[in-house]
Design a protein around this ligand. Sequence first.
Ligand SMILES: Cc1ncc(COP(=O)(O)O)c(C=O)c1O
Length: 452
Amino acid sequence: MATGNCPLAIFVVWYARNIVPLNCLRTLSKTAQFLTLQCGIIGSIIFAAHGCAPYVITSHQFLAMDFISSNAAALSPSLTLAVTNRAKEMKAKGEQVFGLAGGEPDKDTPENIKQAAIQALQDGATKYTPSAGLPALRQAIADKLKRDNHLTYTPEQICVCSGAKPAVYSALRATISPGDEVIIPSPYWVSYPSMVELCGGTPVYAQTKPENGWKITAEEFAEAMTPRTKMIILNTPHNPTGAVYSEEELRAIGEVAVEEDILILADEIYEHLIYGEAKHVSIASLSPELYNLTITINGFSKSYAMTGWRLGYSAAPDAIAKAIRLIQDHTASNATTFAQYGAIEALKGDQSFIGDLREEYDFRRQYVYDRLSQMPKVKIVEPMGAFYFFPDISAAGLDSLSFCERLLERYKVAAVPGVAFGNDQAIRISYCTSLDVLKEGLDRLEDFCRKL
Ligand SMILES: Cc1ncc(COP(=O)(O)O)c(C=O)c1O
């Protein structure tokens, strides 16, 4: 059965997959390489003494383990996706699931935006664009930043990426070197720490407190700083807590950043989803010094219900913008061409969609706030932005993952464990779903909490 050039040598291993330590598998992988290369023996059967069910591993799988970089090997799977995937699996089996875990608007992209992209496709917009994006789109973004955020950027300072997520990543790639520390107020959006680590940087978590509305104070920022601190990530409105920083709070944080020369990555993707008296302020607009230290991130996913279009952007001081553009040159090339035409329409066309979305989400927010405020074993801070609540469930006596697993398996309600965001005492509930689903989901959550 052994053939020297068969690429898929099969090893039958009497080890259960989960009990074989990684270093043991590495040793087996090395042995497989040795047998393959030195002896020409491809099919090797390895029996382990433990008497577990047989598990078949191809030589490809064995050998691949050695090829994973240390950076990639250190990544952990996104727990937000783990829960939503499990909920999808249950739905696929025909089970009814009440989804309170979503991270995207439950609306379709406005028709005028879709039509602009369709028209662009029909007109042949199927080739590369400049890597930083279509000049007309970058000009539209510059105009938007001036109009909405009091920020003056030239189109050359703007880089359009395939989503705000890659915009954050290329901004980090452009600025973070191995050994640099990045302060991340915790709880945090799931992807920041992994992205920092992929750049060789070290995330430094600054715990925020519910009594401060889950916002880092200038003092906490200063305390988290070390000589290696290069950047702080500020996300307002905030995922997962819905916190919105006021101008005064941003000024105080900004003062510390300027004094210590710390970069600020300002993720403003939820800027338009803001409620009550809260106002969105872009930290880069507060002084020329802050402008020179800030990379502003924004995009189209949340405000225009364009998550699947994959479009976001960064706006940065010249030198950083140039570095971001170079990274995009050598990685993505450019965001999808015809989608960029849709984005031009999003920024220049009718903006009423945003107001309608905000109004509807505010209504739901107030409904969820009323319900959660009266729920046993649940403590909340009123969120003023985005579309999430981050209730403390520590009184339930379960860690956040067990809480969410039980809620999903027994009550068919999907929520995201807070541990995914760095806080194991809370869960994230999203209200970007219909009022009917919210009502039923919250009824079930209440029932669950009562019986715990
Ligand atoms: C805080 C924050 N930043 C960035 C993103 C990424 O947005 P995009 O879909 O544009 O990549 C998200 C998405 O959930 C987010 O919550």
